[in-house]
Design a protein around this ligand. Structure first.
Ligand code: 9PG
Length: 703
């Protein structure tokens, strides 16, 4: 419902657009002066001050702060037009921002069009759809003090740390450059300073004292990586900067060409409402997310055999898994890194796999599993046949030197790898052919890894493609090669451009056969391989599951040998991954599993709901409580991250209304197989050992 219209004289001309949830106030001085959530206390921001940066005639220019022309379009959208004039006054660059407020979007959407009306190409750096700066009169508040905010920071790619922060916490950046390249957006390192946060594609904010919340995120990521930058003065707790930026990385825009920006969405909510979830739903819908009906379950070779895996290991595990297949509901059998003759040469095997790839796929299929295979399609070893044959396919720096795609101290043969340029038409054709060939051999499940390499800052063959567009083009070529019915799992992948192409996505760090990793302290690396980091991301990215794709929380390890995790740690990993509703692949030597550990796996596999909800996402890095609805009630998980025992009491009234509470039939702790009791909703969970958990089946009487 819109009740706004232009009114008054020129200088006072203004307009208002009102819906139940949003009031927008605009005028010809500043464009959108203020956006207010009328049902919330002190929830407002403005002015939005859109801007863009580009290079024309050899110089960098910023188009901002001009007095925009504001027009109320026929469909009720507000259009703001900003113009930059070139050397010849007839030549110009325009930035149009379209603002839509309406109940159909449950908030506000903003998108822009950048048009080059010069006689010469320009290089587009960035478009800011929102650029609120306190030094320019910008104001932002969400329920009084920012000291009460919980800030969700989303990492760039699969492995990047994702968590909530309080203002007193810093978002640290790893000490070493090669880690920042492999784990974070190298063009967007963690600020590592109090009050400063950069979140990729979406920022979630909640005022923890009054429950008011806001989500600000890009619905789309087809052509530009989008990020949200928040800077709060830690002393005054006032906001210095809130900015939503699309990054075009200097891509060429030809004379007469228009670039459509990604669409930004802004929404507010009170306690019990979930604007972050609303953003995710809208984004998944816009990007035509692929959501498999059933989350895959199966086996993966990596976390036991690593690169040393050989053909006999594969055959032995196939034989051991056969009898368990139906009981555990295992569908996929996935061979990971270690079979290939070189990184880049995916169709030829090394001496450890004498039967070759087609025979291997056939053998897996005969055993009743769907065969899965690992590749790192955008990485290349300089000694590979591919690099020898096509040195011109590599991504290069401005001096023409091939850039580093990955540095992995664990790869003995080749620690440093280069990256392929998927904007090169020949690379695209090679991707289609290679993946088509793998599919023809019988492989049906494709884990594609180290995908960030395609989106590293570099000089690209096609200068009209940004980093995000380059990655998406590469992923599309792979999808074309494997066909629509094959299962595609992304890993090490910047998230946004993969939505609508992959079926599943790794959403956290690799698990390790130990709870934590000393690199967290030694290298200040909060992204690194570590079971604890994997669990953290599985929890904080739970809201993306079955919305953008099927989440892959990484493998479960249940073995006793070659595993430094305690039994409670193994149970916690299995519980989080099962409860998440995402993929569950086990990665042990199945010929050596004890009955006890096999039973542990049976228990985990028989408790896989569709999805879970985090009850305390604002607990900081490590939320402790998760809940998942099941047919006859709920599964509740409570984790102890401490190094000492805890004996918590859980209040069922926090999750059940009084009617449901009266229907509680049985409370059973699953790992101990123990009946728990409640009085007036209060339930003692007993002693939880360090890094252990309690998984409670709350059964309700069915009426
Ligand atoms: C195979 C592995 C597995 C695993 C993937 C990925 O930062 N690093 O050095 C780093 C190395 C390996 C890695 C992730 C990060 O693991 O996540 O499941 O497939 O590759 O090499």
């Amino acid at each position: 419902m819109k009740s706004g219209a232009t009114r008054g004289s020129y200088l006072e001309v203004g307009l208002e657009i009102r819906t139940e949830k949003i009031h927008l106030v605009a005028d010809f001085e500043r464009g959108v002066r203020e956006i207010v959530a009328p049902n919330l206390i002190e929830a407002r921001l403005g002015p939005i001050d859109a801007a863009c940066r580009f290079v024309a005639y050899g110089d960098s220019h910023l188009l901002a702060k001009t007095r925009p022309d504001a027009v109320l379009e026929e469909n009720g959208d507000l259009r703001l037009l900003q113009t930059w004039r070139g050397q010849d006054p007839a030549e110009r660059i325009t930035l149009s921002v379209y603002i839509h407020v309406g109940d159909d979007v449950d908030g506000v959407t903003l998108r822009a069009q950048f048009t080059n009306e010069l006689q010469t190409p320009v290089a587009l750096e960035s478009i800011d759809l929102l650029n609120l700066r306190s030094d320019n009169g910008g104001k932002f508040s969400l329920g009084f003090s920012a000291g009460e905010w919980s800030i969700l920071r989303n990492g760039w790619q699969s492995w990047s740390a994702t968590r909530t922060f309080r203002l007193i916490e810093r978002d640290p950046a790893p000490r070493f450059a090669f880690l920042r390249e492999m784990e974070e957006n190298p063009a967007n390192p963690s600020p590592n300073r109090h009050g400063r946060y950069t979140s990729e594609q979406v920022l979630g904010l909640r005022n923890i004292s009054n429950g008011q919340s806001m989500a600000l995120g890009f619905l789309t990521c087809r052509q530009a990586f989008g990020d949200i930058r928040l800077e709060v003065n830690p002393k005054s707790k006032s906001t210095d900067l809130l900015r939503a930026r699309c990054h075009y990385d200097g891509m060429t825009v030809q004379p007469g060409q228009t670039v459509d920006s990604e669409t930004l969405w802004l929404g507010f909510g009170t306690r019990g409402q979930d604007p972050l979830g609303d953003w995710a739903q809208a984004s998944g819908k816009t990007m035509e997310a692929r959501i498999p009906e059933k989350s895959p379950a199966g086996w993966c070779s990596w976390y036991y055999y690593y690169t040393k895996v050989n053909q006999d290991d594969v055959y032995e595990n196939l034989a051991a898994l056969g009898p368990l297949r139906e009981e555990l509901g295992l569908e996929f059998f996935q061979l990971d890194d270690g079979y290939q003759s070189a990184i880049g040469d995916w169709l030829t095997v090394n001496e450890k796999f004498p039967d070759g790839l087609p025979a291997l796929a056939a053998k897996i299929t005969e055993s009743g599993f769907r065969p899965g295979i690992w590749t790192a399609p955008f990485l290349v070893d300089t000694k590979s046949q591919l690099a020898q044959d096509h040195p011109d396919w590599l991504l290069r720096d401005s001096k023409g030197r091939p850039i580093r795609g990955a540095y992995n101290p664990l790869w003995a043969k080749c620690r440093s790898l280069k990256a392929l340029d998927p904007t090169h038409p020949e690379v695209q054709a090679w991707l289609v052919q290679t993946f088509h060939a793998l599919r023809q051999m019988g492989w049906e499940f494709f884990k594609i890894d180290f995908l960030y390499a395609a989106a590293l800052p570099a000089v690209r063959r096609n200068p009209a493609m940004s980093r995000a567009a380059a990655l998406r083009a590469g992923l599309q070529a792979i999808r074309e090669g494997i066909g629509d019915d094959a299962f595609l799992l992304g890993c090490g992948c910047p998230l946004g451009p993969a939505v609508g192409i992959v079926d599943a996505m790794r959403i956290g760090a690799d698990v390790t056969p130990r709870w934590s990793n000393p690199m967290r302290w030694l290298a200040r690396d909060h992204h690194c391989l570590s079971t604890l980091h994997s669990i953290r991301n599985t929890i904080h990215r739970a809201f993306l599951h079955r919305v953008w794709w099927c989440n892959d929380p990484d493998c479960v390890l249940v073995r006793e040998n070659k595993n430094k995790m305690t039994l409670p740690e193994v149970q916690t990993l299995a519980s989080v991954n099962a409860l998440s509703g995402g993929m569950v692949l086990v990665s042990d030597d199945m010929t050596q599993l004890s009955n006890e550990r096999l039973n542990l796996l049976r228990t985990a596999m028989s408790h896989r709901p569709q999805a879970m909800r985090v009850l305390d996402p604002d607990a900081g890095e490590f939320p402790t409580k998760m809940l998942a609805p099941v047919d006859d009630g709920y599964l509740l998980l409570v984790i102890n991250y401490n190094k000492d025992d805890v004996s918590p009491i859980f209040d069922l009234k926090d999750i059940l209304d009084l009617k449901e509470l009266a229907r509680v039939n049985q409370l059973r702790e699953i790992w101990l197989n123990q009946i728990l009791h409640q009085h007036d909703g209060l339930m003692r969970l007993g002693v939880i050992p360090p890094h252990g958990c309690r998984l409670v089946h709350i059964r309700l009487k069915q009426d």
